[in-house]
Design a protein around this ligand. Structure first.
Ligand code: FAD
Length: 832
């Protein structure tokens, strides 16, 4: 009978414990010995920050398995507090020391599995090893941090490093009510993702009170008068109670190196696809090894729990004579940052660029589930793919809901070698609380497929920040959206007006069209290209532009970089004088819930409510749209209202705004906020649904911008104002016939084109519902509430036999003189 196989494992957590359990499942005879230097095996290192923050209240819950439990269930000889000191590959044995007794023993093996993990890096700066300065890897570290928080009750902590451990620690310490300064050397946190994808994370950290210092390092940690002082590269000294260093990890390879095992150029133990090291009897797994990237095929360190567990299982298979293959890691990761999640899989744009691989990218910003079902949150999703074959290279997503599901679906697609066309075709689970009939993954697939098929030509933020002389930026959003900010130099023509205003666009320039998230820009490009214009659509729209430009080097930074390059000292950055606190307490008179609405819905609601309250009174708005914080800030700035604060609330954010007096238009430079039109007149001649929608959207936008708006309804346009119900009025034969043939009111209007017996109109209404765009009757009500004057042309009423009683409430009657008077008083006059 063959001797039972002797398997020795070094490291008893993710990779090591997995290997031990798998080995026992495969062989009841094997003699399995597991050495662990620490006191615990199989603990949940990923849960450590959540216990520090208090979310996981019971410490015991972090102990997924105990040495006793491991022995009971798997008959594994677990030796905790036992460190393996040397590997004698000739003799096939390891030397281990019992850390409690100091006793050294030799343990023979047939197969050795190394899973020693990685150690946190302590930067080589003065004071990095002072008491009060911590790293976080295991339960002991966690207990030490918690002890410091509970014992000394510090009021402030500095977290160094914005990787996932640093981010989780920043959140945990905020949960413990400490002020937190997060210091990150790079210009962004969560470096695995591309910069524009973490802009919402920066916003989220700041919204939760984290003092975020990007592009900053820590240079010294001093102890002064009983507290620590963290000295930053900016020269500032931050007094603090504790410092958590989370600047990265280094694979623990000393044991392997001293045993003569090959180390890869990334610094991890070199292994083949069977997790076998340069010695056929020695396997290595987890954070300590260098792996092959599944997409890029380059060597890389990917220290994550999932790969460590799967590698442990594969090493055990092969140690027991099987031929299991590890096909590589793809870096699928997700991190919770307060109410947001940011996730990624595959290669980032940064790594594709670095590797010189040709790629294309699309951005989409759909809802996490059907917009009409409560609680939908916007997801920002970036998809990277091969521009020829469409093979998916990578994806990143950020948002408050549904990030894990989308990243995981795309992770599977990457592993299966699928293309963006396959993403478009995935049949994914859907019911309103969970998704949409077109899931964000399908949606990203559609957009990318359109690009591959040539149906959509894209431009990127890099193009629109500095358009060429033969290019023109075209903003196709509504006036309300434009009001909250646009790309400098853009010409604004709302999508619904585009067909009628093509003559305003130059034929000899390439149009770079954009909307809020990319869909209307795409529709605009379809219209424009079929009318002979050269056009490209900004992928991800203004939202992606905003996220990206915030991350591009700003003028100040460029200045600083230039100065730093020349070795000169940068001049001191002037500090804005602190705003004097408002002595009056806030009087919040309205609370608006706009959490299910997409842009510009929350702004429209806010504007309507502010109309109702007195100057000096405040309203709060809760909105789930991640772009809302910047939109509301821009809108308040443009309208002159005071934005008091933006704070997080249940995965959304709550803004408090104080109404300020209406700005006096006065003479001002062109384009300045004060130079707004003071009067807008619209003539609605048409009774087509699309034209009526365009008219009311413009009217509401103009009213929101402080303009006095008059809408003059004549001929077919009068039908928009008709009551939906039959009104009994005396009419002659012709009037009666006319009355029966014409649509009664806003809900019965037809599309000017593609009405298809009412199907087109129904489709448009459905799309509007989905996008949370108010239907026409509501737009009419909003206009009336905003003080827009709706005037029915008395002469046309007479001609068409429409009686006063047939019109909805609140309509004035007027003639040409009244119209001309209003038109002359204003400076915008439109005929629709
Ligand atoms: P480890 O789990 O670190 O285990 C190595 C063990 O080997 C250690 O306990 C060590 O004491 C022991 N050892 C080392 N040398 C010797 C020796 N000579 N003799 C005896 N014993 C030895 N990953 C995710 O995917 N998602 C997350 O959310 C996540 N969160 C994390 C949060 C924190 C705070 C930390 C620290 C890590 C987190 N990780 C996360 C990473 C994940 O925990 C690691 O990738 C995984 O644990 C690696 O497994 P491993 O077996 O290689 O190493």
């Amino acid at each position: 009978m063959a001797e039972p196989k002797r398997i020795v494992i070094v490291g008893g957590v993710a990779g090591g414990a997995s290997a031990a359990a798998r080995a026992r499942r495969l062989s009841e005879d094997a003699r399995i010995v597991l050495f662990e230097r620490g006191e615990h095996i199989s603990f949940a290192n990923c849960g450590l920050p959540y216990h520090i923050g208090g979310t996981i209240a019971d410490r015991e819950r972090l102990l997924v398995q105990t040495p006793e439990g491991m022995h009971r269930r798997f008959r594994v000889d677990v030796r905790t507090r036992c460190e393996v000191l040397r590997i004698d590959r000739e003799a096939r044995q390891v030397a281990a020391r019992n850390l409690a007794t100091g006793e050294e023993t030799a343990e023979p093996y047939d197969a050795l599995i190394l899973s020693p993990g990685a150690e946190p890096v302590r930067p080589p700066i003065p004071g990095a090893d002072r008491p009060g300065v911590f790293t976080l890897r295991n339960l002991r570290d966690m207990d030490a941090i918690l002890g410091a928080v509970e014992r000394a009750a510090p009021r402030h902590a500095v977290v160094v490093g914005g990787g996932y451990i640093g981010l989780e620690m920043a959140e945990a310490l905020r949960q413990r009510d400490l002020g937190v300064t997060l210091v990150e050397l790079e210009k962004q946190v969560f470096l695995a993702a591309d910069p524009e994808m973490v802009a919402p994370v920066h916003q989220q950290l700041e919204m939760h009170g984290v003092d975020l210092r990007l592009g900053t390092s820590i240079t010294t940690i001093r102890e002064e008068a009983g507290h620590l002082n963290a000295v930053l590269s900016s020269g500032e000294s931050v007094p603090t109670g504790l410092v958590v260093l989370a600047v990265g990890i280094r694979p623990e390879v000393q044991l392997a190196r001293e045993a003569g095992l090959e180390i890869g150029h990334t610094g991890g133990i070199l292994v083949d696809e069977h997790m076998r090291t340069s010695d056929p009897n020695v396997f290595a797994v987890g954070d300590a090894v260098e792996v092959t990237h599944l997409v890029g095929a380059h060597k890389v360190l990917i220290p994550l729990a999932g790969p460590a567990n799967r590698q442990g299982r594969i090493a055990a298979d092969n140690a027991l004579g099987r031929h299991s293959v590890y096909y590589g890691s793809q870096g699928t990761a997700i991190c919770k940052v307060f109410d947001l999640a940011v996730g990624m899989t595959g290669l980032s744009e940064r790594s594709l660029k670095k590797a010189g691989v040709a790629y294309e990218k699309v951005f989409v910003h759909p809802s996490s589930h059907a917009g009409y079902y409560p609680g939908a949150k916007q997801i920002s999703l970036k998809l990277l793919f091969d521009p020829d074959s469409g093979q998916v290279f990578g994806a990143q997503a950020v948002g408050a809901d549904g990030i894990d599901k989308r990243i995981d679906v795309i992770a599977v697609a990457i592993r299966a070698g699928l293309t963006v066309r396959d993403l478009a075709e995935q049949e994914l689970s859907y019911a309103p609380p969970y998704g949409s009939a077109k899931d964000p993954v399908n949606y990203a697939g559609f957009v990318a497929t359109n690009v591959l098929g040539g149906d959509a030509r894209l431009c990127h933020v890099e193009d629109v920040v500095s358009p060429g002389r033969n290019q023109l930026l075209l903003d196709v959003r509504t006036p309300e959206e434009v009001e909250a900010g646009t790309i400098p130099g853009a010409v604004s023509i709302p999508l619904d007006e585009l067909r009628d205003r093509l003559d305003e666009l130059p034929q000899d320039k390439e149009l770079l069209a954009f909307c809020q998230v990319g869909l209307r820009g795409y529709l605009a490009c379809r219209i424009l290209s079929q009318h002979g214009f050269a056009c490209r659509n900004l992928t991800g729209g203004y939202k992606t532009y905003q996220a990206t430009v915030g991350m591009l080097p700003q003028e100040d930074d460029l200045q600083k970089e230039i100065v730093e390059d020349t070795g000169e000292h940068a001049p001191p950055v002037p500090v804005a004088a602190a705003e004097a606190p408002d002595p009056k307490p806030l009087q919040i008179v309205r609370e608006i819930d706009a959490s299910g609405l997409q842009c510009p819905g929350p702004i429209l609601k806010l504007r309507a409510e502010l109309e109702e309250v007195a100057e000096g009174q405040a309203v709060t708005v809760v909105a789930g749209d991640p772009g809302f914080p910047s939109d509301v800030a821009a809108w308040c700035d443009s309208m002159g209202h005071r934005l008091v604060e933006i704070v997080p609330q249940d995965g959304a954010c709550r803004a408090t705004i104080v109404k300020q007096p209406r700005r006096d238009p006065g003479p001002a430079a062109a384009g300045a906020p004060a130079d707004r039109p003071k009067g807008t007149t619209l003539v609605l001649f048409s009774g087509d649904l699309d034209r009526a929608l365009a008219g009311f959207i413009i009217a509401n936008g103009a009213a929101a911008m402080g303009s006095d708006v008059t809408m003059f309804f004549t001929f077919w346009g009068l039908n928009i104002l008709r009551r939906p119900e039959k009104v009994s009025v005396r009419k002659n034969l012709v009037e009666g016939m006319f009355g029966r043939m014409m649509p009664r009111g806003a809900n019965r209007l037809k599309l000017s084109k593609m009405n298809m017996g009412g199907m087109g109109a129904a489709m448009i209404k459905g799309i509007m519902r989905k996008k949370n765009v108010a239907p026409l009757p509501e737009l009419i009500r909003t206009a009336q509430q905003s003080g827009v004057r709706l005037v029915a042309c008395s002469m046309s009423m007479d001609l068409m036999g429409i009686h006063r009683d047939e019109l909805i409430d609140g309509i004035e009657e007027g003639g040409v003189a009244m119209y001309l008077n209003r038109a002359e008083a204003g400076n915008v006059n439109l005929f629709i």
